[in-house]
Unconditional design. Structure first.
Length: 229
């Protein structure tokens, strides 16, 4: 929420600036700043070994803010190719145990990197006082450092490992560049990324809990400083 407020405040503060120098074919645009990943957090039920799906259960993935970076290469004055990168996002995972009767349980945490390749299009060009653009592309999310929590281990009475599958999906975005003078600009962008994974809690090499169809599907809010060269 704080990043979303900062995005709006930053854009409004820069609204009186002069027009941005129009991008041209062959230009590179480097941006860096804050990126908030806010997961939607829907999932299928927990499936306990020997019990099947557990009624009223599921998981929720918490949000996180990291350094977001984008590099764009302009194919023309209106069309470019953008690569999104970041420092690793760290998400805590909470399980709703439903009919198991354990209440909400801290299930563990994971880290991920979400490299995303997109085409970006400036429908009104890139040389105005505001230069909005649209983007669409492909995201690959790599999960790593998955850890089951001590609370979950105590609840199930075993030493556990947490495993999440990587994800491949579409990414959509809308953004705006606001000039700050010269080659510098402020950028605010909102993305929706299709991220879905299957998760497993493993005890002694055997799956103790399975969580299918974890639809993370986050909204990603970015406020960055950009430089064109």
């Amino acid at each position: 929420m704080q990043v979303r407020v900062l995005c709006l405040a930053g854009v409004l503060a820069a609204a009186g600036a002069s027009a941005l120098q129009a991008h041209e074919a062959g230009d590179w645009i480097l941006r860096g700043g804050l990126a908030l990943v806010d997961p939607d957090g829907d999932s299928g039920p927990l499936e306990a070994a020997g019990l099947g799906p557990v009624a009223a259960s599921g998981v929720e993935v918490k949000d996180d803010t990291q350094l977001g970076l984008t590099l764009t290469w302009m194919l023309s004055d209106r069309l470019g190719v953008e690569l999104l990168a970041s420092t690793p996002f760290h998400h805590e995972i909470e399980a709703r145990t439903g009919a198991l009767g354990l209440g909400p349980v801290d299930a563990g945490d994971t880290r991920h990197l979400p490299p995303t390749l997109s085409a970006v299009w400036y429908p009104w060009g890139s040389g105005g006082a505001f230069s909005p653009y649209l983007g669409a592309g492909i995201n690959y999310t790599w999960f790593f450092d998955d850890d089951a929590s001590r609370a979950l281990e105590q609840a199930l009475g075993a030493e556990l490992d947490l495993e999440l599958d990587d994800s491949l999906g579409i990414a959509l975005q809308v953004g705006v560049d606001v000039p700050l003078g010269g080659a510098w600009h402020l950028n605010a962008a909102v993305r929706w990324i299709d991220i879905a994974t299957d998760a497993r809690v493993v005890a002694a090499g055997t799956t103790a809990l399975a969580i299918d169809d974890v639809e993370i599907d986050p909204w990603v809010y970015q406020l960055t400083l950009g430089y064109a060269f």
